[in-house]
Ligand binder design. Structure first.
Ligand code: ZN
Length: 490
């Protein structure tokens, strides 16, 4: 080149001097990004158009939160507090770069209609996204829509076995499991024994026991444990892969472990709230307990210890937020029926997108319960693999999307709602002290959050279609003499 002319930078972005962590390794490396993709990991990289100094910082794969309810119509008086603009901002504020949300078929409605409406809402997202298809009415016409939608990349299904208006029968669940197996989609299940909950609830109401804390009384662990056992049996009989959502304590996790020990493709997810909240939080005064009201209900310290043990043993490898935001005082929120409303009228769910990674880092890595690669696996890599997004998402490797978090492992933060950047009016994590906080969140090479400020516009995110993948292929093993999905002898 002629004298005096500076060479064009080799990279769009270089993150230098950081400690890179993946689900398997921790190493010192600079990361070179070009056109949204990691193109180099090395120690003598050339110049970047933008350079970030990550001295003393970790550089982690952006979080993949595979269970988030953002801008999902809930029906009735309850209003989801987030649009995709606010939900994705909150995710980025906490280091998450990919969310899997839900396109929910209403009863009597088409499935494609639900997916298209949700794609339109998600167009505002600042981070990347995909959907699980919720089937609340898996009639033959709805099931007939699945081959096309799954082929377009909507490669996971969700069913509820409880909640009026959403739950399906066991017979319908078997039809969904069979469809998922045939078409190459993972079925995710909300597993609680509906009639047992209804029986408890009726008795509680009759006895005048309707405070927020009685929500936990309505659904003791046996309600979940029985249903987790049942869905594992259904998955075994149909040789259908499943993920059980929000495993909340020891007894349910033991059911997952037993299924895995028999070689079944059964995975269990837990959520941040089950590791830090207990049923006692539902008893906070002045209706504050309603902020912790979710399903399953938060359980006991013993259950938290059991979940950490199951995480250590690798039984549970995915920790999500189950972000389900309703405001406290605002429209359609927790107090929509007043501050003395019975628990049966309080919207379920807790917000948690932004705090998932910081709380897990602090409670897990800083407190010595898990190591750094396990943290990366729990917050990014496993979910990316389980839902067919890996290696594009969930790791730092040449060829992967440059979804990166620069993480300050020593920063001490007292969580307060202004840090969360969502559309809500509170966080149930208010006042919790954590060590470790994200400093910068990058999605496909573009900074979305820098020093707590959201810097990417609405719409930076893109839909992630998912191709067929090995992890959820059926085993081809049936417990009996007959393959009931294809109707042939085995
Ligand atoms: Zn959920």
């Amino acid at each position: 080149m002629p004298n005096g002319e500076t060479p064009l930078p080799a990279f769009d972005l270089v993150i230098r001097n950081g400690t890179v962590a993946t689900a398997t390794d921790v190493f010192a490396a600079d990361i070179g990004v070009k056109d949204g993709v990691v193109v180099a990991l090395g120690q003598v990289l050339g110049a970047g158009a933008r350079e970030i100094d990550a001295t003393g910082r970790l550089v982690l794969p952006g979080g993949v939160d595979s269970h988030t309810h953002i801008d999902e119509p809930r029906g009735g008086p309850t209003v989801n507090a987030d649009t995709f603009a606010t939900g994705s901002a909150s995710a980025a504020a906490g280091g998450t770069t990919t969310v899997i949300g839900f396109a929910r078929q209403g009863r009597g409605e088409g499935v494609r209609q639900a997916v298209e409406e949700h794609l339109a809402r998600a167009a505002k997202s600042r981070i990347d996204y995909s959907f699980h298809i919720i089937l609340t009415d898996p009639n033959p016409a709805a099931l007939a829509e699945l081959p096309g939608l799954i082929a377009e990349g909507h490669r996971s299904l969700k069913i509820f076995l409880t909640y009026d208006g959403a739950r399906i029968t066991d017979g319908e669940a078997l039809e969904v499991l069979a469809a998922g197996r045939r078409l190459g989609a993972l079925t995710c299940i909300h597993a609680e024994h509906h009639e047992l909950i209804a029986f408890h609830t009726k008795a509680l109401v009759a006895a005048g026991l309707t405070l927020p804390k009685h929500h936990a009384w309505a659904k003791p662990m046996v309600v979940e444990r029985e249903c987790v056992h049942r869905v594992c049996a259904m998955a075994e009989a149909l040789d259908a892969p499943i993920q059980v959502f929000h495993v909340s304590g020891g007894e349910s996790a033991e059911e997952i472990e037993r299924a895995q020990q028999r070689g079944l493709k059964v995975w269990g997810e837990t959520c941040t709230q089950y590791l830090v909240f207990t049923a006692d939080d539902l008893d906070r005064p002045d209706f504050e307990g309603a902020k912790f009201l979710c399903s399953p209900a938060p359980r006991s310290r013993e259950d938290q210890a059991a979940l950490w043990e199951m995480i250590r043993r690798g039984v549970i490898q995915n920790i999500t937020s189950d972000h389900a935001p309703t405001r406290f005082d605002g429209p359609g929120g927790k107090t929509v029926f007043g501050r003395d409303a019975p628990f049966t009228k309080v919207p379920n769910g807790v917000p948690g997108l932004a705090v998932r990674m910081p709380v897990l880092f602090s409670e897990g890595v800083v407190k010595g319960r898990i190591d750094l690669p396990t943290f990366v696996n729990l917050t990014a890599t496993h979910a990316a693999k389980l839902f067919g997004l890996h290696p594009r998402k969930g790791t730092i490797a040449v060829g992967s999307d440059a979804d990166l978090v620069v993480w300050d492992p020593e920063r001490r933060v007292t969580i307060t709602h202004s840090l969360i950047q969502d559309g809500n009016d509170h966080t149930p994590y208010e006042g919790m002290e954590v060590t470790g906080w994200p400093e910068m969140t990058v999605v496909r090479g573009v900074p979305v959050m820098e020093a707590g400020r959201i810097v990417a516009p609405e719409g930076h995110g893109t839909f992630l279609p998912r191709a067929p993948y090995e992890m959820i292929k059926p085993r081809g093993i049936f417990p009996g003499f007959f393959n009931p999905v294809d109707g042939v002898a085995v």
